[in-house]
Every structure is written in C-alpha cells, then in structure tokens.
Design a protein around this ligand. Sequence first.
Ligand SMILES: [Zn+2]
Ligand SMILES: [Zn+2]
Length: 221
Amino acid sequence: MTAASPEQTTRAISSYRGALRAWSRHPSPRLIGLFVLLAAALRSSLGPWQWWDLGMVLAGVALWPFLEWFLHKYVLHIRPRPLFGRTVDPEFARRHRAHHREPWRPELILLPPYVHLTLGPALFAAAWWLMPDRALALSALVGYGLAALNYEWTHFMVHTRIQPGNRYYQSLFRAHRMHHFRNENYWYGFTLTSVDRWLGTGPDPDATPRSPHCRDLGVDT
Ligand SMILES: [Zn+2]
Ligand SMILES: [Zn+2]
C-alpha cells in the first residue's frame, strides 16, 4: 500500500514548506494573488501611493476577520430551508458541510474558483465606478486581497499535521479544531480568534458540550 499524498489528504503534510507547496498548487491562492497584483497595478497607474493608501490597505486587512466570521456563521452554516414548496440548499452551504464531513480533503478547504471569478470582477467594477475615490478604493482591495490570501493559507495550514511553534498559530489551530471536532456552533473565526471572544462565540472549551453534529451540521444529506 502506498502512503497517501498531499494531493489526497492534508494529513500527509507536516511541514510549512510542504504545506506551502501543496497550497500554492491550488487555483484559489493563485487567483487571489492575481487579484492583489492587479489591484496594486491599477492603483499604481493612477499616480504615486500616499499615506492614505496605506490606511486603506490596513482598513481592508482589518475588515477581513469580521467578514470571515460573519460569512462562516451566517452564510456557510445555512441549513436547507423550504421556499415556495422547494428546498433551498445553496452550493456553498453543501460544500461547507462536505468540508466538515471530510476536513482533510484539500480541495474542500480552499474556496472554489467561481467565487473569485465572480466576486473579483464585481469588486473591481465597484472600486472603479461606484466609489468616490478610485485610488483609495483600489488600495482597500489590495488589503482585502492580502487578508483573503492569509485566510486561505491559515485555513489550509490548520488542517495539516504541522505543530506550530508560535502562539498565534497555536491559538488558530486550537480554535478551528474545536469548531470541527468539539462544537460547530462556536469558533467561527479563522485568522483572529479574538473576534470569537468579542462576538460571544469563543467560550471556554472545557465548559462547552461536545456536539454530535460537528460532521453533518445537523443535516442528513
Ligand atoms: Zn476547516
Ligand atoms: Zn464551519
């Protein structure tokens, strides 16, 4: 029997180098990298960068941890619900349930390309035509894209066998493992565990009951 490869399971990865190699082969990080380069190039085409641009990059970065928490809790964990006699069960929610069922499958950890191929152009169009200041809007997109890249890396990394040495990564590993294997109703943050504490979803793990629905999110299919 041959050992499983990193393409089949992130359990086969135990080093940062191996994780980076496997991660960078997927389309999602590449598409986000392209998004950041494009936003930076478009911003540069409008003139020299100012201090305000740095502020907007930081604003884009700062927004992300709240956005990921909100989308994870209220969008990805949506359950199928009836609407006009039919059952609405969006693809992103089914995909997230598949990720909870098979947490080590690499392609289910990362965002699917269609998210970037639709949202990316929409964000560029909004920054270019709807925002009062194109340059500053593009700078915000640079920050947003960098934070998105960090999110994809973080989420991929916490699903490997790496034993992180620094406390920041250790806290991210612990929190996300708790979301997957202790109780899926808590620990929605990926890149900043403080957000869960601030928003009431980061309880004391020892005082939190184990959920029987960590794998299926309470849905049969
Ligand atoms: Zn996960
Ligand atoms: Zn989840």
